[in-house]
Design a protein around this ligand. Sequence first.
Ligand SMILES: Nc1ncnc2c1ncn2[C@@H]1O[C@H](COP(=O)(O)OP(=O)(O)O)[C@@H](O)[C@H]1O
Ligand SMILES: O=c1ccn([C@H]2C[C@H](O)[C@@H](COP(=O)(O)O)O2)c(=O)[nH]1
Length: 227
Amino acid sequence: MEDVFSPLRSVCPSLCMWKLLPEGNIASGKTTCLEYFSKTSDIEVLTEPVSKWRNVQGCNPLGLMYQDPSRWGLTLQTYVQLTMLDRHVLPMSTPVRMMERSIYSAKYIFAENLYKSGKMPEVDFAVLSEWFEWIIKNIAIPVDLIVYLQTSPQTCYERLKQRCREEEKVIPLEYLESIHNLYEDWLIHHKSFEVPAPVLVIPADHDLKKMLHQYEENREKILMAHC
Ligand SMILES: Nc1ncnc2c1ncn2[C@@H]1O[C@H](COP(=O)(O)OP(=O)(O)O)[C@@H](O)[C@H]1O
Ligand SMILES: O=c1ccn([C@H]2C[C@H](O)[C@@H](COP(=O)(O)O)O2)c(=O)[nH]1
């Protein structure tokens, strides 16, 4: 599909495309954030393709990974990488796109966590890494802003239990702590991997009312800061 805004952009450069990625720990509130902004006109919201990860041709790689990460981690992360790439390269049909997580966090957070915790064999990690490096070298994946929903692992643990997704019932608090530390090293301390865009940090331990208030306060920054 072609970029429907390109003829307009040549006469009006301020008509810009804006791609932002809500990022954060499991159950930090990303989907809830996306649902809130989806009510705004001219925003395209792409939620994470979790339903695909739970059902690819009748198989459930997400569930398999949580049951036996050493055996199925590569299977899941390969599929996550593919489905994320598919979303990244979708032509935009509105000036603003919010896409939940990214090919970057799939690699820098989740694959990294499996590998660092000894649950992904070195050869699996090497193959996944080569795929990832090839993709980011050869395919343009522009990102304008990362919105990091910063939570404590404990908050996520409580929200995760409340959401009660079947596959995630085995997740201990320690898993969320590891994911949290990787996110902090990447997006806050800049200690691990290159950050592909500026980061807006939104403290996200608050109740829903306060979160919606914060989203309103940050609406301009989130949606069109560069235009
Ligand atoms: N600010 C909040 N306070 C309390 N519960 C929340 C808040 N934001 C989201 N939730 C609930 O927490 C769970 C996880 O939220 P969700 O948006 O699905 O997280 P994510 O998409 O980051 O995994 C859901 O049950 C959701 O209703
Ligand atoms: O690269 C990835 C991305 C996500 N997951 C897992 C983590 C959760 O169990 C689900 C979806 O995450 P939400 O934060 O609830 O959206 O998928 C993964 O294992 N690898």
